[in-house]
Design a protein around this ligand. Structure first.
Ligand code: AMP
Ligand code: MG
Length: 391
């Protein structure tokens, strides 16, 4: 058994970022930038009006002043107009500020009489003018290599006139759920059988971190059936096997992988739940063997598979978001494995929820965060802790 830190370090130094690719901006959502991006255009790109109103010279637009409206400047076409003393130009939101003007009077603050307006409110120089580059300067970094492309990032890239973005490679993952007792939801259960649930959870977790699920198959505890499944699955970048990685007579995954020539780098890690975790390689495919117990599969996915996949996709931040919380109970870890306690973070308080056993799927389903209690660590109610949010 190796330590959790050692296992994580080993697998993260083994997996490498996949070759980058170019994608249309929308397709790049949740991918990771493969290079740094810098602003080609400032934002705004030209001085423009923040309001519908009148472009004026602030110093001659005091309360009570009368100004002659000498033109109209709509958004979308710069009519190259000029404002001189005593004049105003009708202007609309987003329209270029005419030469000479240094402020915009809101239309609500004037009375219009034909070609003339009466100013009802003083205006300061610069008021309602969105200055070129005030939001973003030309050349400023807009996206760092390894950063996730989020919804607003799409808008920022589009604002630069970009149609494509260079992002990290796609990870396709195959899932094989092994176990004679597993039935698909919908089928009738015979005595001793259970419904298979890990594959759906793993599929969702994979998709959440931006991977593509290439296939998801069930397999019985049979060496040659497993070999057949594995042979087909390793055309993907990643194979995730759930169940059958432990030490029982029916745990045939490791032997089946080895018989195909797999190199097993890690097997059994000091983590609770999830001790039987396995990591290896077969050809170009990375292998992750997760224990069948639903909570073990979930926790080992988040602690080991997720960071590995994110690294392959070119991400720099591989950790789950950490949130400070106040622990509401005493917790002590007297075992030889770090313990991931499932709990609920609410209003800044973290409380364990449900049974803390590796099969306890209901408890997991009520939780939204994990608290890692290190080997030998003793925590008291009221302690400040950092919890990992997975929801
Ligand atoms: P194993 O890791 O194969 O020894 O399985 C450990 C426990 O997890 C057993 O109680 C299995 O029935 C259960 N289990 C294994 N695979 C799954 C699965 N895909 N969905 C739900 N439970 C599973
Ligand atoms: Mg089994």
């Amino acid at each position: 058994m190796i330590s959790e830190e050692e296992a994580r370090a080993k697998l993260l130094e083994t997996v490498r970022p996949l070759p980058p690719r170019r994608l249309g901006i929308l397709q790049a959502l949740d991918c990771f930038a493969a290079e740094d991006y810098f602003a080609r255009l400032p934002l705004p790109n030209f001085d423009n009006s923040a309001m519908d109103g009148y472009a004026v010279i602030a110093s001659d637009s005091r309360h009570g002043a009368k100004l002659r409206v000498v033109g109209e400047q709509p958004a979308g076409a710069d009519r190259q107009l000029r404002v001189s003393t005593g004049e105003a130009i009708r202007i609309f939101t987003g329209a270029a500020i005419p030469a000479g003007a240094d402020a915009v009077l809101m239309q609500e603050d004037v009375t219009r009489n034909g070609d003339e307006i009466v100013v009802n409110e003083d205006v300061e120089a610069g008021e309602f003018v969105r200055k070129r580059g005030c939001d973003l300067s030309e050349g400023q970094k807009i996206l760092s290599k390894g950063e996730r492309i989020r919804e607003a990032t799409l808008g920022l890239l589009a604002s630069q006139g970009l149609g494509e973005v260079c992002v990290g490679g796609e990870v396709r993952a195959a899932i094989v759920s092994g176990g004679n007792e597993l039935m698909q939801p919908g089928a009738k259960l015979q005595p001793g059988q259970i419904y298979e649930s890990n594959s759906l959870v793993l599929q969702a977790l994979l998709e959440r971190c931006g991977a593509v699920v290439g296939s998801s198959r069930h397999c019985s505890d049979d060496a040659s059936a497993l070999q057949t499944e594995f042979r087909a699955a390793i055309k993907n970048e990643v194979l995730i096997v759930s169940g059958g990685v432990s030490v029982g007579e029916h745990d045939l995954v490791q032997a089946a992988l080895r018989s195909l020539g797999a190199k097993i780098d890690i097997w059994r890690v000091a983590i609770k739940p999830g001790k039987p975790f396995l990591f290896g390689r077969l050809g170009d495919c990375f292998l992750f063997g997760l224990p069948g117990n639903p909570v073990s599969a979930f926790v080992t996915f988040l602690q080991f598979v997720r960071p590995a996949i994110l690294k392959m996709m070119g991400a720099t931040d591989l950790d789950l978001p950490k949130v400070p919380a106040k622990l509401v109970v005493d917790l002590r870890n007297e075992e030889d494995r770090s313990h991931y306690v499932r709990g609920k973070l609410k209003n800044g308080n973290f409380a364990p929820v449900g049974r803390q056993e590796s099969h306890a799927l209901f408890g997991l389903s009520q939780s939204n965060a994990l608290l890692r209690v290190a080997i030998g660590e003793s925590l008291k109610a009221g302690d400040r802790v950092d919890v990992q949010m997975w929801d």
